[in-house]
Ligand binder design. Structure first.
Ligand code: ADP
Ligand code: MN
Ligand code: MN
Ligand code: MN
Length: 336
């Protein structure tokens, strides 16, 4: 007898990488080992030297197949040296996470995304004015006019739970057809692995509905919300006292840090971080209690308890969590 392992990896497509996967059938009792793929078809190698290596780094049950089948998230290595491929940002995060392990960093990621069908956001009219009624009733809405795609969201949530991922909630977002799920709070490597796996399941589940899930940062121009990946963060110290909360905000806003972080927060932040639609303009840095127009929000409960976590609202929906959690862990933990 045998089982199926779906090998999943992040490709080299620019400016936003895509996910790829292929199936390996493995004899019962054997582990999923190192594998390879044609990097010339994924923007990761040239045709004359095309082999790239897949190294399993995280696995979980495959909730869409049979009991015993698994999903295997891999990072990509160069053949020969077995060094991380330039598109592999997980390796650098693992180093930083180990270096600062004593601070016990926790992350919670809010993944916003938009369903598309036939080139239009799901639920948007296909004739007449083409636009739905303005934003207002859709966020956390209920009802056939307010909501589009709930059946896909439910199937995705169930798949994540069955896979054992650290999904902790979902909600409908401000634009019709836009949704969010949250992962965490767990450590930086774990939250990133789980987010990538949850993204894979989102694409895969939506595929069965003939729908595309987009993590574009500004899927529709104009007076419509963009899509972010708010990054909630705490260290052991921040979970114990308020001085550490403020110190973390100051460190993230420190000299050179604002630019360095934005550079790693995903493609198209200029289109999304306009100062409108619950964002701070990318050219300014500001933190504040309950302030959804700030770069970093300190939740009101945290200000009340005088301990807890902070929310960096700037990362885009299309960010690589391996990069975002590395930047924040490094900046904050090296400063405290
Ligand atoms: P909102 O939409 O109000 O910004 P959400 O409920 O969508 O907030 O997300 C809150 C996130 O904060 C969740 O991902 C959760 O895992 C995370 N979180 C909660 N406590 C902590 C903590 N101590 N450290 C880091 N993240 C946390
Ligand atoms: Mn949220
Ligand atoms: Mn949101
Ligand atoms: Mn948020």
């Amino acid at each position: 007898m045998a089982y199926r392992a779906e090998y999943i990896w992040i490709d080299g497509t620019e400016p936003v990488p895509m996910m790829r996967s292929k199936t390996k059938i493995i004899e019962d009792g054997k582990e999923p080992g190192i594998w390879g793929f044609d990097g010339s078809s994924t923007n990761q190698a040239a045709g004359h030297d095309s082999d790239c290596v897949l190294r399993p780094v995280f696995q979980c049950p495959d909730p869409l197949r049979n009991p015993g089948d698994i999903l295997v998230l891999c990072d990509v290595l160069l053949p020969g040296t077995m060094e991380p491929h330039p598109t592999n940002h997980r390796a650098a995060l693992v180093e930083v996470a180990e270096k600062y392990a004593a601070h016990e960093s926790l992350f919670g990621l809010e993944q916003e995304y938009t369903f598309f069908k036939e080139g239009r956001p799901l639920g948007w009219p296909t004739e007449g004015y083409y636009y739905p009624a303005p934003q207002g009733p859709y966020y956390c809405g209920v009802g056939a006019v307010e909501i589009a795609g709930r059946e896909i969201v439910e199937a995705h949530t169930e798949a994540c739970m069955d896979a054992g991922l650290a999904i902790c909630g979902t909600n409908a977002e401000v634009m019709l057809g836009q949704w969010e799920f949250q992962v965490g709070p767990v450590g930086p490597v774990e939250v990133s692995d789980h987010l990538w796996m949850a993204r894979f399941l989102l694409y895969r589940v939506a595929e069965d509905f003939g729908v595309n899930a987009s993590i574009s940062a500004k899927p529709i121009k104009g007076d419509w919300n963009g899509a972010g990946c708010h990054t909630n963060f705490s260290t052991k110290e921040m979970r114990e006292n308020y001085d550490a909360i403020i110190a973390a905000c100051e460190a993230i806003g420190g000299p050179g840090k604002v630019e360095e972080h934005l550079e790693g927060y995903g493609h198209g932040f200029e289109d999304r971080l306009t100062g409108l639609h619950e964002t701070a303009h990318y050219s300014e840095f500001r933190y504040g209690v309950s302030d959804r127009g700030a770069s970093i929000r300190i939740p009101w409960q945290v200000a009340l308890d005088k301990k807890g976590y902070i929310e960096d609202r700037r990362p885009n929906a299309n960010c690589d969590p391996y990069i975002v959690t590395r930047l924040i862990t490094n900046t904050v933990c090296s400063a405290i």
